[in-house]
Ligand binder design. Structure first.
Ligand code: PAF
Length: 284
């Protein structure tokens, strides 16, 4: 496995692979890898010839500087995990490599898709994500790029950027990997105390309740959201950032419980912000 930090080293290896007509799969990450990231790698390895993982905690996507400072960094462990999955190359750039001083920064955004959910409560977050992902796409020129569906809005925003700006690659969403109790795996989970980790299990239980109430005939959207909110708030240290029901494609709020809806939440358990979502089919 190659580990490179310089753009010139990255480009020279990619150049060789392109010359040999290898297809390239790309898994962008911010490190602190867990089984969910490894699912991206495994999918990439099945679907492409060479798999590149980037590990870069991107400062421009953190709207809260404290969150950035506390983001867990475990580079040595990450490299061992990548090695164990036979990743072909890890790109580990420094901040100054990705963001050389510029007096004319560029901002990308897809306002319609960013009006709600994390786009509403984390202003500037998706501009930072699109900035780094578009730079990485240009450097790596992957055939396919893999993103976890836990960050569903991120997946939609990046897919729309690729479509709108004609990036020559396919964006692939990989299902959320969950702990035994159903909690979505996240690099942030390590910051939960034992008690908070227990409280966090309210999240998967809330999704189970959401499905159960729909199956038992609930169709009042506001009442449904109230039931789910009240359930989450039984956790002592829980603060709801948002609980929204939107269309899974255009991410606009649904007015009725019909067809297919995306139930998406962000909650603080203590200081730790956790997100999750599920697409729920509403029977006629
Ligand atoms: O999902 C993440 O880890 C990050 O938002 C990404 C896509 C690596 C961009 O920094």
């Amino acid at each position: 496995m190659k580990v490179v930090s310089k753009i010139s080293d990255l480009k020279s290896q990619i150049g060789e692979w392109k010359k040999a007509s290898y297809s390239i799969g790309f898994c962008p990450t911010m490190g602190s890898l867990h089984a969910g990231h490894l699912d991206l790698v495994e999918t990439s390895k099945k679907e492409t010839d060479k798999t590149i993982v980037s590990i870069f905690v991107n400062p421009t996507q953190f709207n809260d500087p404290k969150d950035f400072e506390q983001y867990p960094v475990k580079t040595d462990d990450d490299l061992l995990l990548c090695e164990s999955k036979a990743v072909d190359l890890v790109f580990l750039p420094e901040v100054k490599t990705m963001y050389p001083e510029t007096k004319t920064p560029i901002l990308l955004s897809i306002p319609e898709l960013q009006k709600h959910l994390c786009g509403r409560t984390r202003p500037g977050h998706f501009e930072g994500v699109l900035q780094i992902v578009s730079k990485l796409f240009h450097l790596i020129e992957p055939n396919k790029a893999f993103f976890g569906l836990k960050d569903y809005q991120q997946f939609r925003v990046i897919s729309a950027m690729v479509e709108n700006l004609n990036f020559p690659l396919e964006v692939i969403g990989v299902p959320t990997r969950r702990e035994e109790d159903g909690l979505a795996m996240s690099s942030r989970n390590v910051r939960l105390s034992e008690k908070e980790r227990e409280t966090a299990s309210l999240i998967p239980r809330m999704f189970a309740l959401a499905k159960k109430t729909i199956l038992s005939g609930e169709r009042d959207l506001n009442l449904w959201k109230e039931i789910l909110r009240d359930f989450l708030l039984t956790g002592s240290s829980v603060r709801i950032d948002y609980l929204e029901v939107v269309d899974p494609i255009i991410l606009q709020p649904k007015e009725k419980l019909e067809a297919e809806v995306l139930l998406a939440i962000a909650v603080f358990v203590g200081e730790v912000r956790l997100i999750d979502n599920q697409i729920i089919q509403i029977p006629n």
